[in-house]
Design a protein around this ligand. Sequence first.
Ligand code: AMP
Ligand code: ZN
Ligand code: FE
Ligand code: FE
Length: 297
Amino acid sequence: MRIDLHAHSSVSDGTDTPAGLVRAAAAAGIDVLGVTDHDTSAGWAAAAVEAEALGVALVRGMEVSTRFRGRGVHLLAYLPDPAYPPLVTQLRAVLEGRDARVPGMVDRLRDLGVDLTVEAVRRVAGPTAAVGRPHVADALVEAGYVASRAEAFDRYLSPGRPAYHGRAAVELEAVLDVVRAAGGVCVVAHPWGRHDPGVLDAEGLAHLRSRGLVGIEVDHQDHDVAARAELRGIARALDLVVTGSSDYHGTGKVDHDLGCNLTAPDELARLLAAAEDAAREAGRSGTPMLWHGRAPV
Ligand code: AMP
Ligand code: ZN
Ligand code: FE
Ligand code: FE
């Protein structure tokens, strides 16, 4: 059973369409796929059609841009009702913030002598619901200033680089509350990732557990062997679900191939049971996992 719970489509900053992402997952032998675009559920419907056709079980999710203790943290929200008005409001605020920061990034690049326009970023980004730094990177590639997204981040867009612009975010604890009330569950994405060093220590994770966090993404390419072992120990001590995933972005991110990290079936079962509890407690239905008549776990 190959379970990959974190992947992006072109609805945010991945390079495969939602249907193409599901096809790529099927080709990679993935049985259960989490579609988790940044701050949007816009890819769910198209992914579900393809998943149904190909017999891939689909876990509908999103990776929400949150703030915790003043720092950015990515929070994976699985199976919330996407129409729950407080969730819609939170996501709208983040998406509007994403739109609003593009001109700021373009201005900083122009100050550096890079001839780029907001329109060029928009065109390269296409119909994405969640425009971000990767689209600015793609525009820089297209204009010939850099060879790859990675080089664009290294030279211009990473924290500490001259065109870096922090992302809009909502308070993590507010997202925990709203996702739970929407019948969903939350897992911290890559808590000790390249881009979030030192934000979430064991104490912080324990605090979030007390506020309703359900799991930790332990097996992620940003975590080395030692970090994974330590995070696994913290998860066990706190009785948190352990997930593993690729954080696939298509050709947009190297070394994140579908299935490069996997989630154990019993951990997925715990995640789904917690989502059922959340939906029952909230007195509303969350978004059920799409099984296609066969239960992989
Ligand atoms: P944003 O949400 O607009 O702040 O952009 C964050 C996204 O940029 C994340 O999805 C990362 O995967 C991506 N990203 C960060 N650093 C790099 C990098 N060096 N190369 C490619 N993508 C990156
Ligand atoms: Zn991304
Ligand atoms: Fe992330
Ligand atoms: Fe991600």
